[in-house]
Design a protein around this ligand. Structure first.
Ligand code: G1P
Length: 900
């Protein structure tokens, strides 16, 4: 059968003839900075960052003809030459015919093995790629076996072109930068150390060595080398038809230098004779270092075949351990898919949005949303550092509630805008609260809110509409008060500023202005008059929940006060007369942002916590009511949905138009999540989404209907072909958030449908054409694109754990409240999840012997380690954190009976 087959419980899968599929690439990275993509033929690229590409950068379209990847040739005496990775002119010609090699790809977290068998040459190659621990290098282990009757004499040649420079030079000064190359052959391989790191704004002396080395499985050194592309290819040769190999030419000896040419890691080994069944193993390693001693040390580490296998076993275990969540439902394939989904946030953290073949945007780094979203998954899998991360990240918030958008390499490092790009994404202020709320629930650490953190300061002021010319870089990137002292405010103060400043920044319909864009980066042409009703809902929901958090704080400390910056008072205390009046609202905000333009007073006031909570709730309620009253669209079937946006002409974007129904998912997600939509409206939204947006074959709920219009008054999304990316694709992140919102509100079957259609499509290889995982989106044909690096994965995992399995924290206590549907239990009526909570390893098993559906069963009681019994209240079990913290090491069992 075509497609993916899982072979263990760690997500490991196999696939036959993977090279017959387009756009397949696999991520292989280390924890130190090495980031590679590997195709089934070992094409792809490898880099540390934008300026440090070991192999030539590839975008998705280069994958069709990426012939300059990691090759390994066998010259078989008297018979011909064979590429052990299937990258040769002969392999290309034999593709899709009976002459094609048979191949089986096997892959797990951060490693790939391909077994390739040639009928013609009676050889089998097993090639494995991985990044060993703590070095910036890739290892490629190649075993060549004679599967024929007669013995063969084989000379092996590894050939990996070394690009060795910045991605910018792919077209800009490609040739000139090759003149900088200084190439050496050493006993092990080929080193390339360019003289300069090319940058016309000021060239830098280069300190990095790019290398490709090799040795045999017994530690023997190579015989000779082809360091230079011209030598290797020969006049008129190509990387799939290199003359050095075809003509069995000897290479150059060790100890020679070359300069000013394109480099290749061409390594020729001594011939070996393999009798029937015999094999020979080779180790190729390639990397980047600023200390060449590291290369020698690595060659010691990899000196034998067995040593390489040991390194491989270590990294396999390392990565597996990072995903410490395992799922057992009635569908094994799905459980294994979830392993990959849980691994994806780790990939996103490593690769950002720039370093896999579809992700060729930006030059590295992560966006503000990604920063907070990655924390969501970490809170489930590896919460120990999250507190610090959250505190660091809040340091990116400005006094006016906007935030730095250029994020530095180190935690808590934000870079000032130097280019006068004053783009404000209006949704940015609401994500930190979602992550913080999850943190508070998972840990019970309410004290986080009292922690004091700096504010970010740069030239941008008044929510990106003006420049503070009094500020210069010498003052540093932290906000100061009028005495020149650095100003700090609590995390709670940061959250309040993010939400309140947004609350007042409204457009002509009294919804929060769209500005540069919201979550949908491609709604970017309505800066003047655009408004996002969708995210007005989201902010309203947050204000309500933030009030809940403040009440909780007060519960533990009756009558408590909240300490806030003096200037903020009016933002909190204003009343309805102001909210109804757009001009007054804007004036109040302007008053605040001008006061905080350059410095803040630094003076603090104490406000009654309950009063603050009341004020937030009133605002939230007012916002929701305003939306309910004005934005509901009803269709002829009596169903309906909310309008999500106003365009740059000030018109509502959704509704029933002559060109057809215009409906967008985003507004519905946040209306449901925030409970702006009541139960009846949520039901109507589900019906409308099913009618207008749902297409099972391509992954389920699409982002919008086809507007049949370019809409230059809204955003670039309408310039995209319909069904692609932000214009009506099934965009996983929003679809998963839709599911999450539905689950939160008890619409379980509906939420299940949204989640499951995504998963089923991803697993249906004939449609999605992707390795296991959730892609950023499914296109109009159902193909998964921008695989691996998507915020959708964090949300998918979060929804599975906290909603579907219902294993979640509530201010630190453990709550079990399953929302599993009938089909999610196995044949014995069991569903199970392994995860860590409050430092304890837990296995939670739900037992549903009568195979009841959601709504028909209720959690009755739980047994902890077969001893302690806990009774449920209204189908919900609460286990006190203190009890969990007392559990020792090893896995603990929680058995939950679900009864009718
Ligand atoms: C990407 C971006 C994300 C943005 C989304 C919609 O989604 O990374 O910040 O909100 O497009 O424009 P993702 O890669 O998270 O699926």
């Amino acid at each position: 059968m075509k497609g993916i087959h899982f072979i263990d419980e760690h997500g490991t899968f196999t696939m036959e003839q993977a090279e017959n599929e387009s756009y397949l690439y696999f991520p292989i990275a280390g924890e130190n900075g090495m980031k590679s993509s590997v195709t089934p033929n070992f094409g792809g690229d490898s880099k540390l960052d934008q300026n440090t590409f070991l192999l030539e950068p590839v975008s998705s379209e280069n994958l069709h003809n990426n012939r300059s990847g990691r090759n390994f040739w066998c010259e078989i005496k008297g018979e011909g030459v064979w590429s052990a990775v299937g990258q040769s002119a002969e392999a290309e010609a034999g593709k899709f015919t009976e002459n094609q090699d048979e191949s089986v790809l096997t892959a797990g977290f951060m490693w790939q093995t391909v077994e390739r068998t040639s009928k013609k040459y009676q050889l089998k190659a097993t090639v494995t790629a991985f990044v060993p621990r703590s070095v910036n290098a890739e290892v490629m282990q190649v075993t060549i076996q004679n599967i024929g009757e007669n013995s063969k004499e084989i000379t092996s040649v590894a050939a990996i072109p070394i690009y060795g420079r910045s991605a910018d030079n792919l077209r800009d000064h490609r040739h000139v930068t090759s003149l900088l190359h200084r190439i050496r052959t050493t006993e092990n391989g080929i080193y390339v150390k360019p003289t300069l790191s090319f940058d016309e704004r000021g060239h830098q002396k280069n300190h990095l060595t790019y290398y490709v080395c090799g040795l045999t499985g017994e530690g023997e050194k190579p015989q000779s080398f082809y360091p230079d592309v011209d030598i290797f290819l020969g006049e008129g040769g190509t990387f799939t038809h290199p003359r050095a190999v075809l003509e069995h030419r000897d290479g150059e000896p060790a100890g020679k230098t070359f300069e000013g040419t394109e480099a290749v890691g061409g390594i020729r080994f001594a011939p070996v004779t393999l009798a029937k069944g015999e094999s020979k193993t080779f180790t190729i390693f390639l990397g980047v270092t600023d200390d060449e001693k590291e290369i020698a040390a690595l060659s010691e580490r990899l000196v034998t075949k067995e040593a390489v296998e040991k390194e491989f076993a270590v990294i396999k275990e390392d990565w597996r351990k990072q995903v410490n969540v395992a799922y057992h439902t009635g569908n094994r394939e799905f459980d294994q898919l979830l392993k990959w989904v849980s691994f994806q946030p780790i990939l996103r953290r490593i690769y950002g949005c720039s370093f896999l073949p579809h992700h060729d945007y930006g030059k590295g780094g992560r966006g503000w949303r990604d920063l907070w979203q990655d924390c969501l998954a970490l809170l489930i899998m590896n919460p120990s550092n999250v507190r610090k991360m959250i505190l660091d990240n809040f340091g990116g918030v400005r006094m006016d509630g906007t935030n730095a958008t250029i994020i530095g390499e180190k935690p808590g490092e934000f870079v000032a805008d130097r280019n006068n790009i004053t783009r404000v994404w209006m949704d940015h202020g609401m994500w930190p609260f979602l992550t913080t709320m999850l943190y508070l629930d998972q840990t019970g650490d309410l004290d986080l809110l009292n922690q004091e953190v700096f504010y970010f300061k740069d030239r941008q002021v008044e929510r990106g509409t003006a420049h503070d010319l009094d500020w210069n870089e010498e003052e540093g990137n932290w906000q100061r008060d009028e005495n020149g002292m650095l100003y700090k405010g609590t995390v709670l103060e940061h959250l309040l500023l993010q939400h309140l400043c947004s609350f007042y920044e409204v457009g002509e319909h009294n919804y929060i202005r769209l500005r540069g864009a919201d979550w949908n980066d491609a709604i970017d042409l309505a800066n003047e008059r655009g408004e996002s009703v969708a995210f007005t809902c989201a902010y309203a929901g947050n204000l309500k929940n933030l009030a809940g958090v403040i009440r909780k704080l007060e519960e533990g400390d009756k009558g408590r006060k909240i300490t806030l910056l003096e200037e903020m008072q009016e933002l909190i205390l204003s009343k309805k007369e102001i909210w109804d009046d757009i001009e007054k609202k804007k004036a109040l905000l302007a008053d605040f942002t001008t006061k905080c333009r350059h410095t803040v007073s630094g003076r603090k006031v104490e406000m009654d916590a309950l009063l603050v909570a009341d004020c937030l709730e009133e605002k939230a309620e007012w916002m929701m009511e305003h939306i309910r009253k004005n934005e509901w669209i009803e269709d002829q079937d009596g169903d309906g949905w909310f309008n999500s946006y106003y365009d740059n002409h000030g018109n509502a974007v959704e509704g029933i138009f002559d060109s057809g129904v215009r409906m967008m998912l985003t507004g519905q997600v946040f209306a449901v999540m925030s409970q702006t939509a009541d139960v009846k409206q949520t039901r109507a939204i589900c019906n409308s989404a099913d009618r207008y947006l749902y297409k099972r074959e391509v992954g389920g709920y699409r982002l919008n209907t086809n507007f049949q219009e370019e809409k230059y008054d809204m955003g670039r999304m309408f310039g995209f072909a319909y069904g692609e990316k932000e214009n009506g694709a099934v965009f996983s992140h929003m679809t998963v958030m839709y599911a999450n919102a539905l689950y939160q509100n008890g619409f379980v079957e509906e939420g299940y449908k949204a989640l499951q259609t995504l998963a089923d499509t991803a697993l249906d290889f004939e449609t999605s054409h992707i390795y296991p995982g959730i892609p950023e989106y499914f296109n109009a044909k159902g193909r998964g694109l921008y695989h691996y690096l998507t915020g959708a994965a964090s949300w998918y995992m979060l929804t599975m754990v906290t909603q579907v399995f219902g294993v979640r924290g509530e201010y630190g206590d453990l709550v079990l409240e399953p929302k599993l549907t009938k089909e999610q239990f196995d044949a014995d009526g069991k569903a199970q999840i392994h995860l860590e909570f409050a430092g304890a390893k837990l296995q939670v098993t739900y037992e549903n012997p009568k195979h009841l559906g959601y709504g028909a069963y209720k959690a009755a009681k739980a047994a902890l380690d077969d001893k302690t019994e806990i009774a449920a209240k209204d189908g919900k079990l609460v286990i006190k954190r203190a009890m969990i913290e007392k559990l020792g090491s090893g896995e603990h069992q929680i058995q939950v009976s679900l009864l009718g």
